[in-house]
Design a protein around this ligand. Structure first.
Ligand SMILES: Nc1ncnc2c1ncn2[C@@H]1O[C@H](COP(=O)(O)OP(=O)(O)OP(=O)(O)O)[C@@H](O)[C@H]1O
Ligand SMILES: [Mg+2]
Length: 361
């Protein structure tokens, strides 16, 4: 049954009228957001080992993004889950799946440079772990969490959904040269969420598409900018603004919101990278001074790639025997770089100072 107050209007194809999405206010915010993002790209390139950065930031995003679905997971739980082989509770699995989907999306881009419809379906499937695919049954509506009121009705017919997705992908895969890509990111995000192609996981899939879009447009080399923490903190505003565009086709405030999110999260990520770099240098120095005989740059890097490490990781990375690996880790623990924890029968070595940095915004 249709809500009487709820007016169903057809979702328009891209692009929206330029004067609606390129206002003076938007252009002013755009320059701040672009500057912050440019800085982030540059600083990320100075990181000696990119895996260190990607692992840390991607896990944080997976955690934040899954939290939008009200699953609260702690950083420690997650790292422990990654380091151990035991089966995981479902809320941990969701985060791990999301992380996997980010990596898959990044791999796809590295391989082919663009996304196809089946790639997006694949990513959603990895997140949700079911085979439902694109909506083919009518009935999906978006409701206000608190009041239960229907706020938006996405397209219901599969043909229309596919048609809109085709239009979406055309705009997603074009590298922008005469239109600011960050404004386009905001527009694309709105459009994807409004098409709402899946029964579930549209938010998470859409947030992964955001980061992939930055990479397609060469605004970042690696997937390290995520808006989820910002969206979590300003969630009702986020829903309200998506709604405003649905109802009145007024884009300005919504686009400003996304641009602001890009600026704020870029600055946070820059601060985080700087803190990681500083800790890395300090750690190298301590190890060189106190354990010059066993010091190896790869060992320290491993402790940053895997803040929860274990003997096996060292064996693999340094190509040494188990006994030697175990000795290295013990020495690192003795000089205060890591701390061991028993999980079941396994010993896990935690880079606690790094975890502290990662826990912050
Ligand atoms: N009025 C609206 N118009 C368009 N999209 C909306 C509207 N309200 C909410 N959305 C989008 O729907 C998403 C939720 O959809 P869905 O439950 O399929 O995704 P999810 O990944 O499971 O959840 P979440 O995004 O909450 O983590 C929100 O993240 C938001 O982007
Ligand atoms: Mg959901």
């Amino acid at each position: 049954m249709r809500d009487k107050m709820h007016h169903i209007s057809k979702l328009e194809k891209l692009p929206p009228k330029r004067e609606k999405v390129e206002t003076i206010k938007i252009l002013r915010q755009l320059s701040k957001s672009s500057k912050a993002l440019g800085e982030l790209k540059g600083i990320a390139q100075t990181m000696p080992n990119q895996a260190m950065l990607i692992n840390a930031v991607v896990l944080q995003e997976a955690k934040d993004s899954s939290e939008i679905e009200n699953i609260i997971t702690t950083q420690d739980e997650l790292y422990r889950a990654l380091a151990t082989k035991t089966s995981q509770p479902s809320h941990i699995k969701e985060v791990i799946n999301y992380r996997k989907a980010i990596f898959s999306g990044h791999e796809l881009l590295k391989k082919q440079g663009f996304l196809r419809l089946k790639d997006i379906e694949f990513l959603q499937k990895e997140i949700i772990e079911n085979n439902a695919g694109i909506r083919s049954m009518a009935g999906t509506v978006l409701k206000n969490d608190k009041t239960g009121e229907i706020v938006y009705t996405p397209p219901q017919e599969k043909d229309e959904i596919l048609d809109l997705l085709g239009n979406f992908l055309e705009h997603f895969n074009i590298v922008q040269d005469d239109f600011p890509p960050l404004i386009n990111l905001a527009i694309l995000h709105y459009q994807f969420e409004s098409i709402h192609p899946f029964y579930d996981g549209n938010g998470r899939t859409g947030r992964i598409l955001n980061i992939l879009y930055l990479i397609i447009n060469d605004l970042l080399d690696i997937p390290i900018l995520y808006l989820s923490s910002y969206i979590n903190e300003h969630k009702s505003e986020y829903y309200r603004l998506l709604n405003t565009v649905n109802k009145s086709n007024k884009w300005e405030e919504y686009i400003l919101y996304i641009l602001k999110a890009i600026e704020v999260t870029s600055s946070r990520t820059i601060a985080k990278i700087n803190a990681i770099k500083k800790l890395l240098l300090e750690t190298i120095q301590i190890a060189q001074e106190k354990e010059p005989k066993i010091y190896r740059k790869e060992l320290i890097e491993l402790l940053f790639e895997q803040p929860y490490s274990k003997i096996e990781f060292v064996v693999e990375k340094l190509n040494v025997e188990r006994k030697a690996a175990s000795r290295y880790l013990k020495k690192m623990e003795n000089i205060g770089i890591i701390k061991s924890q028993k999980i079941g029968r396994e010993s896990i070595y935690v880079n606690e100072k790094l975890i502290e940095i990662l826990k912050k915004h």
